[in-house]
Ligand binder design. Structure first.
Ligand code: PBG
Length: 346
């Protein structure tokens, strides 16, 4: 039996006002989180070649930038530090004068109510570019001292539990500098619980955790690794990030992170993983964020620079799809552009 010609779907598509009335998914600046890369130095705003329109900012230029972000109605930023000095244990990641710590306090002074989230991982800070402490000698890493208690692991492996202690120290240093939320992104087992306990122990129970709970070993991170200078010198991230083939495993990861105390759950990347976003949305009552990663951004940029795609339309369609899939929040390099487009449309 067919409902046609009684029911004609095109009636509800006939004009923009009718379309607005039946629109199921809407985007707003309040859905967006804007990533910022911060570097040492002064008066420096260096464009990232593989991410047109995105910059590495020196801290002195941040006040103006965050005022602009806040004025666009974007509620939050997520910070990525690019240190000058790297070493085998990633010491700058938890240093009081570290780049992220300085950036947090500067931003909080400039715009106190902008929510400051910090990415917590070691890969930008280690000389080997791996996300944790490494067992044994590493290629080119003469300063290395071996960590105790690493059992039967091969040299070159990431030591999960030793790494957790460092990550706890990083979270505390970010909280001390004024961060509102920390975002564990290294996919170490136990990363949320160790951070929750570390923060609570020293009086930072009010600092939230946005967990990169289901983070896949994705080729779409390529441009970011240029921006953050965080490519692994050896090995790859498949031993801690998830296999793109797996969905049920993502739900286990999310369940664990919620049990460990995560406040917001993140799926990453976003566009190739709408099924994961939807399942997390349906199965857990927690806010869901999705990270629309560097490769997703740069693909649209590159195609639009060639005139192959309309940048604005494609960007908004991509963001809408991520929201429709079930994300409450989207981390996106397009946040400022999108927020400007929303203002123009008003
Ligand atoms: C890890 C981290 C990465 C990204 C965010 N946090 C890189 C990685 O895991 O290799 C990627 C973000 C993007 O591609 O936009 N510190």
């Amino acid at each position: 039996m067919t409902t046609f010609p009684v029911y004609r779907p095109r009636r509800l598509r006939a004009s923009e006002n009718v379309r607005r009335m039946v629109r199921e998914t809407t985007l707003a600046a309040s859905d967006l989180i804007y990533p910022l890369f911060v570097v040492h130095g002064e008066n420096s705003r260096r464009e990232i070649p593989s991410m047109p329109g995105q910059y590495q900012w020196s801290v002195d230029l941040l006040p103006e930038e965050v005022e602009e972000i806040a004025a666009l109605g974007i509620p939050a930023v997520i910070l990525f530090g690019v240190p000058t000095k790297k070493d085998v244990v990633g010491s700058e990641s938890f240093a009081t004068e570290g780049i992220v710590q300085k950036a947090i306090s500067t931003i909080k002074q400039a715009v106190p109510d902008l929510v400051v989230i910090t990415d917590v991982c070691l890969c930008q800070y280690t000389s080997h570019g791996r996300c944790g402490l490494i067992k044994g000698s590493i290629p080119g890493g003469s300063e290395f001292t071996e960590q105790p208690g690493s059992g039967g692991l091969q040299d070159g492996s990431i030591l999960n539990d030793e790494t957790l202690d460092t990550l706890g120290a990083v979270a505390i240093s970010h909280a001390e500098a004024g961060a509102d939320m920390v975002a564990p992104s290294g996919m170490m087992d136990g990363m949320v619980s160790v951070r929750r306990q570390a923060l609570d122990r020293v009086g930072y129970g009010h600092v939230g955790i946005l967990s990169y709970a289901a983070k896949y070993a994705s080729s779409f991170y390529g441009p970011f690794r240029d921006a953050a200078q965080s490519s692994p010198a050896f090995g790859d991230r498949r031993c801690h990030q998830m296999d793109p083939s797996n969905a049920r495993e993502a739900l286990r990861e999310v369940a664990m992170d919620i049990g460990e105390g995560a406040d917001i759950i993140m799926v990453k990347p976003a566009l190739p993983y709408p099924d994961i976003i939807r399942q997390v949305r349906d199965q857990f009552g927690y806010p869901v964020a999705a990270y629309s990663v560097s490769g997703e951004f740069s693909m649209i940029k590159a195609a639009s620079e060639r005139g192959w795609i309309d940048e604005r339309a494609a960007t908004l369609e991509a963001l809408t799809s991520i929201k429709r899939a079930g994300a409450d929040l989207i981390v996106t390099y397009s946040a400022k552009d999108a927020a400007r487009w929303f203002q123009e449309a008003e």
